[in-house]
Design a binder for this molecule. Sequence first.
Ligand code: PBG
Ligand code: ZN
Length: 328
Amino acid sequence: MTSRFPLTRLRRLRESQALRRMSAETSVSVSDFVYPLFATHGRGVREPVEPMPGVYQMSPDQLAEESMEVSELGIPAVLLFGLPASKDAVGSEAYDPEGIVQQAIQSIKQAAPGLAVMTDVCLCEYTDHGHCGVLTGGRVDNDATLELLARTAVSHVEAGADVVAPSAMMDGQVGAIRRALDSAGRSDTPIMAYSAKYASAFFGPFRVAADSAPQFGDRRGYQMDPANARQALHEMELDLQEGADILMVKPALAYLDVMARARRRFTQPIAAYNVSGEYSMLKAAAANGWLDGDAAAMEALTAIKRAGADIVITYHAKEAARLLANGR
Ligand code: PBG
Ligand code: ZN
């Protein structure tokens, strides 16, 4: 960097839209997006999620219509969550072949065969205590949970899921799922590991959407401490050793440093989860007229890509796809 003003004028390449587009270091593409969907029992159900404007709990028939729209917008994948008919101590509906997610997968695959269906593999939506694993003596029992997560993943794949995404933050969960899938003859199914998943207040609105708030305590005994970044790399390293195909950093915006470090360290695809609270904050501010919601969403998505994400899981996917199609 030897040249000096007035020889160097960085504004030269900022003058026109064409030059800005040409010289942009990062771009956001609809091909990067994964759109989260919430499946609920019934027919014709499209229940708004209050803190997340534009997000709904939908019955399988509605998800079929939704997935056609998502697919037509060019979004390559959805990530499915489920609201069971009933909850119990061991989260039985999570691995029920007739469970809500299993039904939703079939309905989506039938309506939009080209859309990749990813499924969240966890127990918190299905347990009556709301924790991500089964309890032994009031504590989340890591090893007893592994078998149930593995069963859940296999049942999703048997229903037609293309990718499974374990999010329970149990040690060894990726390995347990990889072995179970392989034994079930599904060695070609990829695993997207929620590797660096933090115990975050930004999941608040999701817990309304998925009815998955813990009924006692919190998730700090298994999800990561927001103070840690080196440990995120350790989590990712372990998940790779256990057979993960895609690594994830979650949440996204408050953890872009973690994303950037992970990007430098690993060659594998990395996903960022632009979580519910990040979406709700932006929507709430936009609804108050306090910022331009479309511009803020595109800026946030650009920042996530700039930090190094290959894949962006975001509730903004549909609106961003439309903005991108209109040259934004
Ligand atoms: C389930 C799960 C959660 C999210 C994704 N999978 C919630 C949690 O861990 O409490 C959060 C997603 C979001 O906030 O958008 N374990
Ligand atoms: Zn969970």
